[in-house]
Write a protein that binds this ligand. Structure first.
Ligand code: ATP
Length: 271
């Protein structure tokens, strides 16, 4: 089986430097900017590719990969950039970003403008599943990115992404189900869902939506020899969902220690 431990270490280092940035002698930093439906994440690497700082903020500036609040997006990226710069005592110049598969023609201009208006030079833009695989380096399998608004599926054969697809089911739908089942507002449900202590109980409530995601994966990988599935994206943080997906698909399913940071770190690695 594929060994996720080295990536888990990398992600754990990133989690640490979000809390306490690492001072280095590097003068050039590389920033991955992930503009998501639910969350904007900045991941900063030094010139040896090690995580040195990071920041994230829940936001409502992007929907299904499209920037819907352009000014709000610039404000958040600028705010996160400035706070990291203050901690590192150095300006962040270069950034990479990513877009959900299939949205490039429509939205890559808007993403580029947000990054540049926030004071970065955009040096690369790639699709999210390819970005995730920059970190995971999977040779054969499917990378499934379960985000806020959508689930992105990419099939990797001999290290190359041969198929990408994006479908409109993600963490927002999970929160809507929690809201309906518990009589909570959407915002309350969102917070309740993110708390790990509620995950065991929520797994029963959310099983039908998780199975729907499994059926989306099943349909998208049809015709490909997929022997392993890797879950990334914030929604994959839900403890135990990998077991339901593995059972539904009949394919071994893995997830890294914090699936939410795989794509931002993969983007940063591509900078
Ligand atoms: P998209 O990829 O659809 O544009 P995004 O990049 O914002 O969205 P992510 O940051 O990967 O998506 O994931 C956001 C989703 O993950 C949200 O729905 C959020 O509620 C969910 N999420 C984050 N942390 C947790 C957690 N600990 N447990 C369960 N769900 C979580």
């Amino acid at each position: 089986n594929y060994d996720l431990s080295q990536y888990d270490q990398f992600i754990q280092t990133f989690e640490k430097v979000i809390k306490t940035p690492k001072q280095t002698n590097t003068t050039t930093y590389y920033t991955g900017v992930d503009l998501g439906t639910a969350c904007v994440v900045l991941a900063v690497l030094d010139d040896s590719g090690e995580p040195v700082a990071g920041a994230y903020e829940y936001a409502d500036v992007v929907r299904d990969g499209m920037v819907v609040d352009y000014i709000g997006a610039i404000e958040i990226v600028t705010r996160l950039k400035k706070s990291i710069e203050a901690n590192l005592g150095c300006e962040l110049l270069y950034a990479a970003s990513a877009i959900p598969p299939g949205t490039d023609l429509l939205d890559s201009g808007a993403i580029k403008n947000v990054i540049e208006a926030s004071g970065f030079e955009l040096v690369s833009l790639l699709d999210e599943p390819t970005a995730a695989n920059q970190l995971l380096s999977i040779q054969n399998g499917a990378v499934v990115d379960i985000g806020g608004g959508t689930t992105g599926i990419s099939v990797v054969v001999e290290g190359e992404v041969v198929k990408v697809a994006d479908e409109a089911t993600g963490g927002t739908h999970f929160s809507l189900v929690v809201s309906g089942s518990y009589g909570m507002t959407f915002d309350e449900a969102e917070l309740y869902k993110r708390s790990e202590k509620n995950h065991k109980e929520l797994l029963t409530v959310l099983k039908p939506v998780i199975e729907k995601i499994a059926s989306i994966i099943d349909r998208q990988i049809m015709g490909h020899q997929v022997e392993e599935v890797y879950l990334v994206g914030g929604t994959a943080c839900l403890t135990g969902m990998e077991t339901i997906i593995e059972k539904s698909l009949g394919i071994p399913t893995f997830k890294p220690i914090n699936p939410m940071f795989v794509t931002p770190l993969g983007i940063a690695k591509n900078c």
